[in-house]
Design a protein around this ligand. Structure first.
Ligand SMILES: *[C@@H]1O[C@H](CO)[C@@H](O)[C@H](O)[C@H]1NC(C)=O
Ligand SMILES: *[C@@H]1O[C@H](CO)[C@@H](O)[C@H](O)[C@H]1NC(C)=O
Ligand SMILES: *[C@@H]1O[C@H](CO)[C@@H](O)[C@H](O)[C@H]1NC(C)=O
Ligand SMILES: *[C@@H]1O[C@H](CO)[C@@H](O)[C@H](O)[C@H]1NC(C)=O
Ligand SMILES: *[C@@H]1O[C@H](CO)[C@@H](O)[C@H](O)[C@H]1NC(C)=O
Ligand SMILES: [Cu+2]
Length: 840
């Protein structure tokens, strides 16, 4: 899309392709019209699911935060320190003995806050888990070309070509990685996992290419030829471009119907196709693409999935021989099927079908309806012309980032991930003890229901399109989803349409001020508390119409909050007001009317995560703590069956009690009305009180899969559970296969297949956590869905001997003055000036 092309932060030279690997230096401004058009077309088509064109690779940390040229001053300066007016604010000298120099700042001419670059190293390849760099991608690509595995390193122009779809880091085996991290073993060499679309052989191949840090590389096939049928591949821009061309003739045939029905609209001036409604295949053997036409409400700056028009059809598009493809199954206002566009046009002309005529002038209102800009007709709210609160670091950042290795307040971890599966964290430790080996986003599934030929039955598994990046390179918006003081990490991805690797600024790391108490207590003559501060790793992505933000928040007490947030705009459906089957004109069986010609189809967003705890060591056990109620005697007998009578001090017959269950075999479970705590414990590691050390997995507010017998429930079986526990295996790296959503009748690698009865007691286990929301679109989803969020909490559960925060400076004050503690002092200073501009 146009606007994404221009959208990269020019400072990162995001579209400057490194010329070092034999490619000419290609600057963004030199992208040919053809390339732009392809990108635009590509992008236009992918929504809902999101196309991810690239691979999130190499993270290059750069400090986009404070720069020290000049200072900004607040218009009104508060008195020294942040504790003015607080009787308990006297700092404890043993926390920070530094004397304050009040005089210097008393006049209000504050200097800029001291700042250091938290990035201590940019050797991103030096950590085992660092995503591929653009240079590594080019190295792998060239090697594949030199060995005849791919037929081109240029933008593919024919489906008969063999070209690279995706590239990402082939993470070393856990055994090799841990041998290096824990035992001083050899550093695992770096490999790329490369997906190749083969239009000659009619399949998809995955290869392991490397070592990339060596001059002698090899190529290993990760699947057998023919294993992944060509027709179960993800959509690509080439295919969509060809289908778009094929449909041009039909649009000419239907021009009178289109003009009369849709307020004088013409194709292509006013209309665009959506050719990305998944899945294109259910068997993997055949391929068939549903299209619908929409107004171009964004004027080419984005895909418009809001102004869906009631004209749709299919393209039969199997294989790579385009001359065998054809268009068919035309529908107008859900009336059809008509085999050809002419059949539909004839029926329309003979008045054999019901017609719709959009109000005159409507077409010209689409931009104002959809474009998310301030409503300039409305006055400001009172005081809205003043800037809101801001947060900055008065003493500089307290975290460091060495390549992809992050450290903050005794936490440490590595950031990884890729274009297809999204962000991943590895080797998460607190106080040098490993808690998790891997914490990774795996997939997002959406399934739509609507009374519409084009919008019904849509199923997306976003990893199939790519979760991070894609057609629309994912860039953080500084000041919106990343504070000015945040550090932006650069990642890179591979775009199949151009066969180029791109850098993108997609990860934001910062320390947040919760501005609330992590804990507090006040007694009659003392008060004490700790202000909540936490480290945030935030990764916004755009997948077509939806924007997802993944966030990992590390707390001082050992908690990790994982959030999946959604914003963006909905994929709508056409509201046929005169449809005789709906008596209520404000809704139908599948959703509400939410605008003039629009309903919002219900759908879900289910986020699947891989959570590989390694509590102290690899072997852990999953335990369910059941919150029960029943007769007191029954409660006692759960621990000692020979007890025959409850003691007299059980005043009430009924009591609450706990029952523990160790899960012995692989299993998928859901949140139940009976309340439970889900734990991962190490049976061999006890805290001071003899209790197994563990962590709790607690889903936040989440929806559940309602379908019972739908064909998607196998390929996307992860949506049936909130937590599934399996034995960890290298052969079961993720909870979906990116091809299975396009071969649902015959899926190959999916969560239910991982759950096959193996013992999980004191074994290396993985928890597959699924959380999500059910989306009933409402008027407030227009024009933007205001952020909704779900997620899960990982919480220490007898992991420590006591609350872990009491090594931190805190606030304590006693009435008699015997004990005063506070956070370290700081010199009042002004917020460092920051520069961040995406379009300049
Ligand atoms: C990506 O950024 C890195 C670090 O700034 C740079 O070395 C590399 O050449 C860039 N790659 C591309 C393709 O622009
Ligand atoms: C493509 O299909 C057409 C029509 O069936 C056939 O004539 C042609 O030989 C095919 N081309 C290739 C390269 O297989
Ligand atoms: C169960 O409780 C009884 C009565 O207090 C006691 O005698 C017995 O030792 C207990 N059994 C076990 C296994 O601890
Ligand atoms: C306590 O509840 C149990 C189970 O409902 C019942 O069998 C028993 O009679 C009750 N005992 C008393 C003292 O009410
Ligand atoms: C973990 O379990 C595996 C398989 O049962 C076993 O071979 C290994 O020794 C165990 N490791 C530890 C640390 O207990
Ligand atoms: Cu939604």
């Amino acid at each position: 899309m146009h606007h994404q092309n221009q959208g990269m932060d020019s400072r990162n030279h995001a579209y400057d392709v490194d010329g070092g690997e034999g490619k000419g230096k290609l600057r963004r401004s030199n992208l040919s019209c053809r390339e732009l058009c392809w990108l635009q077309m590509f992008a236009v088509l992918m929504f809902g699911v999101g196309i991810a064109g690239g691979i999130l690779i190499g993270i290059y940390a750069y400090h986009a935060g404070p720069e020290s040229d000049g200072s900004t001053q607040c218009p009104t300066l508060p008195p020294q320190g942040s504790q003015c007016g607080n009787a308990h604010s006297t700092p404890s000298p043993n926390v920070n003995p530094k004397e304050q120099d009040n005089n210097e700042h008393a006049s209000g001419t504050l200097g800029e806050c001291p700042t250091t670059n938290p990035v201590t190293g940019t050797r991103y390849e030096s950590t085992v888990f660092a995503p591929l760099t653009t240079a590594e991608m080019y190295k792998a690509a060239k090697f594949l070309k030199d060995n005849g595995v791919v037929s081109t390193l240029n933008a593919p122009t024919s489906l008969f070509e063999n070209f690279i779809l995706y590239q990402w880091l082939d993470v070393p085996t856990k055994t090799a990685a841990l041998d290096f991290l824990d035992n001083g073993g050899p550093k695992p060499q770096r490999h790329a996992k490369v997906t190749v679309q083969r239009g000659q052989e009619l399949d998809i191949m995955e290869y392991r290419v490397g070592p990339l840090d060596s001059n002698v590389m090899t190529i290993n096939s990760l699947n057998k030829p023919g294993d992944v049928q060509f027709n179960s591949r993800p959509y690509d821009g080439l295919e969509v471009g060809i289908m778009t061309q094929m449909l041009e003739k039909d649009m000419t045939t239907l021009a009178p119907l289109i003009a009369e029905s849709f307020d004088g609209a013409k194709y292509p001036e006013d209309l665009v196709f959506n050719l990305f409604n998944g899945p294109p295949s259910t068997s993997g053997v055949d391929r068939d693409t549903r299209w619908v036409i929409t107004y171009n409400g964004f004027k080419g700056a984005d895909v418009d999935l809001i102004h869906i028009l009631p004209l749709s059809g299919r393209v039969h598009n199997p294989g790579s021989n385009v001359s065998q493809w054809y268009t068919y199954d035309f529908h107008y206002l859900n009336q059809g099927p008509y085999r050809t566009a002419s059949d539909l046009m004839n029926a329309y002309n003979r008045n054999e079908i019901r017609k719709v005529k959009l109000e005159k002038g409507y077409k010209d209102t689409t931009y104002d309806r959809i474009f998310p800009k301030r409503d300039s007709g409305q006055p400001y709210r009172e005081n809205a012309d003043r800037h809101g609160p801001r947060v900055y670091y008065p003493s500089g950042p307290r975290y460091t980032i060495d390549g992809t290795h992050v450290k903050w307040m005794d936490w440490s971890f590595d950031i990884s991930g890729g274009q297809i599966r999204g962000p991943a964290l590895f080797d998460i430790k607190f106080r040098n003890e490993r808690i998790l080996y891997e914490l990774a986003v795996n997939d997002i599934s959406l399934n739509y229901a609507m009374d519409s030929h084009s919008q019904n039955n849509i199923i997306y598994a976003d990893a199939t399109y790519g979760i991070l990046g894609g057609l629309t390179p994912t860039t953080i918006m500084k000041g919106v989803d990343c504070p000015e003081h945040g550090t932006v990490l650069q990642t890179s991805f591979w775009l199949a349409d151009t066969q180029l690797a791109y850098n993108m600024s997609s990860i934001c790391v910062f320390e947040a001020d919760g501005q609330d108490a992590l804990w507090r207590h006040a007694g009659s003559s003392f008060e004490a508390g700790m202000r909540n501060r936490y480290l945030v790793v935030r990764v916004p992505t755009v997948i077509g119409n939806y924007d997802y933000t993944f966030e990992f928040d590390f707390y001082l007490d050992g908690k990790i909050f994982n959030y999946a947030k959604a914003s963006g705009y909905i994929q709508a459906s056409f509201w046929d007001e005169h449809d005789p089957k709906w008596p209520d004109k404000s809704r139908d069986a599948f959703g509400y009317r939410i605008s003039d010609y629009m309903t919002g189809p219900i759908h879900d967003h289910m986020f699947g995560y891989k959570v590989d705890f390694d509590i102290i060591d690899r072997n852990n056990t999953f335990q369910v703590v059941k919150w029960k109620a029943g007769p007191a005697l029954e409660a006692l007998q759960t621990q000692n069956a020979s007890i025959t009578k409850a003691p007299e001090y059980f005043i009430y017959n009924e009591t609450r009690y706990i029952e523990w269950e160790k899960m012995a075999q692989e299993k998928g479970i859901r949140k139940t009305p009976e309340q439970q705590f889900w734990l991962v414990v190490n049976e061999r590691e006890k805290n001071k009180w003899g209790v197994e050390r563990g962590y709790q997995i607690a889903p936040l507010q989440t929806g559940s899969q309602a379908l019972i017998n739908h064909p998607l429930l196998k390929a996307l079986s992860f949506t049936k559970y909130h937590c599934a526990v399996t034995k960890r295996k290298e052969e079961e790296p993720t909870l979906t296969s990116i091809y299975d959503v396009n071969r649902m009748d015959n899926p190959q690698a999916y969560l239910d297949k991982h759950i096959d009865g193996e013992s999980i007691l004191d074994e290396d286990i993985v928890n597959w956590v699924t959380v999500g929301f059910l989306h009933v679109p409402i008027a407030e989803d227009m024009p933007m869905t205001v952020r909704v969020e779900t997620g899960f909490l990982l919480k220490p559960f007898n992991f420590f001997d006591r609350t872990a925060t009491f090594d931190m400076p805190q606030y304590t004050d006693t009435k008699d003055g015997s004990l005063k503690e506070s956070e370290p002092l700081f010199d009042q200073c002004s917020e460092p000036k920051t520069h961040y501009c995406r379009f300049c």
